[in-house]
Write a protein that binds this ligand. Structure first.
Ligand code: GKR
Ligand code: MG
Length: 450
């Protein structure tokens, strides 16, 4: 069958690496550096439309994307399924990808869990939607399920940037916005995290929060969780220590938290020769509390084993790991089986925020409020019209495709910042070593416990 002549054809594909500013956010893997990187895909078609996608930063992802250009350019937009199929068939596993995934949060392996082609899928769906005059969420799964998508306030302990003066973290102390003023400063105590949550509630309306753990002892972090629940008694409070706790420690910490935590995310990891899928099953058997993951089910094969073991209740199926069609398929399966869909995030710009709005709008069932790191980047917009978070909900653009427009001037600025960097890969040990000399990553030790 031949393609209709009046269908748009992709005329160019550009891969644009960009960088943005971040705070000294603390996680199991160390301290976020002052600058983070992402890759953008910009497609143009014969109808004069532009399609965009955003994915993780770094040279590996950029080079993978560039290698796919010949499979994309000159192809009809509406052949997007065939284009993606050709990309999957051409994609090769990297020589040093051992298939371990991120069950121990080794962030050097994150680039293998993220699939660069999903940025191409996003840009293709954006173009397809514009050609058809339909929103991206109407092209996915069973179409749009909701007009606005609940997101949570992603809370982080933040270290004192003055301890790493020469890294020049952004200083927003003169901002007129209370959240912008707060987000670059030290917040390590329970009270400071509660103030962080209150400030986010004021600005974005969040009532539900997730605390990034794996920083202090589990006992200290549970105190923070209790303080949050006290401040927001009707709110959903979650914690994600990224598998830092041993099975026994996780059981001890969570046993009495059923009325405080809505779910616990990746409480423990592999131990004593058992994989994290087996260990999380034992945790769930011992503590009847919902468990979420973005570490032990990051592809369909891992998902099969996680489900066979009944290790998790909530799969945070980030479209950057699973693809857009993939994450929606996941939401349908989970919903049919009485389980819950949500999405994980990493630092991102507003193009990913728009993509989250579209998948969140199309996800089947009753999703968990979605993660987003964007509040830490709000204001560094690469779009003319970044979707808004109001009253704790992300608004879904009511325009065809992704429903947003690139601000090329801002993109070029972000690309210039990227070009000043000597390394493009995420390295949380670098900034961490300003806080603790010779600090080394240990998947079983919270980063400030040495
Ligand atoms: O931003 O450092 C971070 C997070 O720890 C991120 O890397 C994780 O992938 O937030 C993520 C998670 O839920 O595990
Ligand atoms: Mg997580």
């Amino acid at each position: 069958m031949t393609d209709q002549l009046n269908m748009p054809v992709i005329t160019s594909m550009e891969v644009m690496p960009v960088a943005g500013y971040d705070s000294m956010l603390m996680t199991l893997s160390g301290a976020h550096a002052p600058v983070f990187t992402r890759n953008l895909v910009i497609l143009r078609d014969s109808f004069g439309h532009t399609g965009i996608g955003e994915i993780h930063g770094g040279d590996y992802t950029k080079e993978s994307l560039e290698a796919f250009i010949p499979l994309v350019v000159n192809r009809p937009v509406m052949r997007y399924r065939n284009i993606l199929d050709a990309i999957h068939k051409a994609a090769k596993r990297a020589a040093d990808d051992d298939g371990e995934g991120i069950q121990t949060l080794d962030i050097s392996k994150l680039k293998y869990v993220v699939k660069s082609e999903w940025a191409i899928e996003c840009a293709l769906l954006d173009l397809a939607g514009q050609a058809l005059g339909m929103r991206m969420c109407d092209l996915l799964g069973e179409g749009k399920q909701r007009d606005r998508v609940e997101v949570l306030g992603y809370l982080f302990y933040v270290s004192d940037r003055h301890q790493a003066e020469e890294l020049h973290y952004l200083d927003e102390s003169d901002s007129s916005d209370p959240w912008f003023r707060m987000r670059r400063e030290k917040m390590l105590s329970h009270e400071e995290i509660v103030s962080q949550a209150r400030c986010l509630h004021e600005k974005y309306g969040f009532r539900n929060f997730k605390l990034k753990g794996g920083v202090f002892s589990g006992t200290y972090e549970m105190e923070t969780v209790r303080a949050l629940k006290k401040a927001f008694p009707g709110g959903r409070i979650n914690i994600d220590p990224n598998g830092a706790w041993s099975l026994q420690e996780a059981i001890n910490l969570c046993r009495d938290m059923k009325n405080t935590l809505t779910y616990v995310e990746d409480p423990c990891g592999p131990e004593s020769g058992y994989s994290s899928r087996e260990i999380m099953t034992e945790f769930k058997n011992a503590v009847q509390i919902p468990v979420a993951t973005n570490m032990i089910a990051t592809d369909w094969r891992q998902f099969y084993h996680a489900l066979s073991h009944r290790s998790v209740d909530i799969v945070l199926a980030d479209p950057h790991f699973w693809g857009f069609e993939g994450t929606i398929r996941m939401s349908q399966l989970l919903n049919s089986w009485g389980l819950t869909w949500g999405s994980h995030s990493n630092n991102h710009f507003d193009i990913t925020l728009a993509a989250f709005a579209q998948v969140g709008a199309a996800a089947a069932g009753d999703p968990a409020p979605m993660d987003t790191h964007w509040i830490w980047q709000d204001g560094q917009d690469l779009l003319e019209d970044a979707p808004k978070i109001r009253d704790g909900y992300l608004e879904v653009p009511d325009k065809p495709g992704l429903g947003v427009t690139l601000n090329m001037k801002r993109v070029e600025e972000a690309n210039r910042l990227y070009n000043t960097l000597t390394s493009h890969d995420r390295d949380d040990a670098m900034a961490m070593q300003y806080l603790i000399k010779d600090w080394k990553y240990d998947s079983k030790k919270p980063c400030l416990v040495r």
